[in-house]
Design a protein around this ligand. Structure first.
Ligand code: ZN
Length: 380
């Protein structure tokens, strides 16, 4: 039986535009959108159940382009604003990979309730279990198994489970240039490319990364070396974006996460290679890494997305709160469509899921988010 959702208005983001429809109605079959338009135009031909959301504005289901649900049990258990090395020390003092499935389940349910319909999850140890929980709770996803360490990949190695899910897919990801050996990081990129999957990697996040990539030195480098996780970046004095480019990791399938420490040349390189960038503003602040040059990244035309990162480096996993933080602190003005694109259409394009997500249009998944009161004035 088909159902109808009504709302006072919707910003559908159809065709990537700020397409606002008053007296909005969306007819769906429980999975896909069958039709959208005004209620007055659709009501005569519709006889099913109607859910009226009232005087609210709805938008397409939000996309969180970077999260680590595996760490959902670590809320409040890391230091804040003391820099990356101190943050990672506090993170590592916890039982990191002892998956607490109830914490993951709660996190996914809260994200769904907040309007997030799809996320890119990164797991170091528990990829398949986290994927199972997201699938069960109808969260759209890429469950990315994170490759970390300096070992070379074995011939014919698989980097993620070859398993089918209803709401998402498993994929690979590279942790970072400094912690994932060059051959491994390239092999995972190749595997994702061959499977038509996007390739997420933490890139240009902090000063520690700059130093390791350029010269292999620093306190954090020594920590990694002690754990057998220090990748040889060649000590050629390169910047992270330059080194990633040298390794052939930068193209339109790549999702470069953070990009806090990028200069004009780096931004030009990312734009030329058509790399997608995922900003994680509150995570960078929480850790004390500074902030990405959001304005320059957006103005360069780079396809820009937003992610919360994990609860171990954020206050919550709300995409609305993440967007609010960005909009309150950014020094250029964004139109409603530009702001909403960062959490809908841009991410759908970056992640190659725009056949199902990113806009409220016929054929796409029937998922939406309601604009909260505290964002109305910032957005419209
Ligand atoms: Zn991350």
């Amino acid at each position: 039986m088909n159902k109808c959702i009504r709302a006072a208005r919707a910003v559908t983001m159809a065709h990537g535009e700020n397409s606002t429809i008053e007296d909005f109605a969306l007819i769906h079959n429980g999975d896909r959108i069958l039709e959208t338009g005004t209620w007055s135009a659709l009501k005569d031909d519709f006889s099913g159940e109607v859910e009226d959301l009232g005087d609210v504005t709805i938008v397409p289901g939000l996309i969180n382009a970077h999260v680590h649900l595996e760490l959902s049990h670590l809320k409040g258990r890391t230091v804040q604003e003391q820099g990356f090395t101190n943050w990672i020390k506090s993170l590592l003092s916890n039982p990191l990979y002892d998956l607490e499935t109830e914490a993951v389940r709660d996190a996914v349910q809260q994200m769904r309730a907040d309007g997030t319909a799809f996320c890119v999850d990164i797991s170091t140890r528990n990829c398949a279990q986290v994927a199972g929980i997201m699938d069960e709770l109808s969260m759209g996803f890429y469950a990315c198994c994170e490759a970390i360490g300096t070992q070379n990949p074995k011939e014919g190695a698989k980097f993620f489970p070859q398993k089918e899910f209803t709401y998402g897919r498993a994929a690979g990801s590279g942790h970072s240039l400094y912690s994932t050996g060059a051959e491994l990081i390239q092999a995972v990129k190749k595997a994702n490319d061959e499977a038509g999957l996007p390739y997420p990697i933490h890139l240009a996040e902090n000063a520690e990364e700059d130093e390791i990539v350029a010269s292999g030195t620093g306190e954090f480098a020594e920590m990694l070396k002690g754990a057998g996780l220090l990748a040889d970046c060649g000590n050629k004095g390169l910047r992270p974006v330059e080194y990633a480019d040298f390794l052939g990791l930068l193209d339109e399938s790549t999702l470069a996460v953070h990009c806090v420490r990028v200069d004009e040349n780096d931004i030009n390189t990312l734009a030329e290679r058509r790399v997608n960038v995922c900003l994680c503003p509150r995570s960078n602040t929480y850790i004390g890494e500074g902030r990405a040059p959001w304005e320059k990244i957006l103005k360069s035309g780079i396809n820009t997305c937003l992610g919360t990162d994990s609860i171990a480096s954020n206050y919550d996993l709300s995409m609305w709160n993440e967007l609010e933080y960005l909009l309150k602190n950014i020094e250029i003005s964004l139109s409603s469509a530009e702001a909403l694109a960062i959490v809908t259409t841009n991410s759908a394009k970056a992640l190659k899921i725009d056949d199902s997500y990113g806009s409220l249009e016929k054929g796409k998944r029937a998922v939406y988010a309601t604009v909260p009161a505290h964002l109305k004035d910032l957005l419209f």
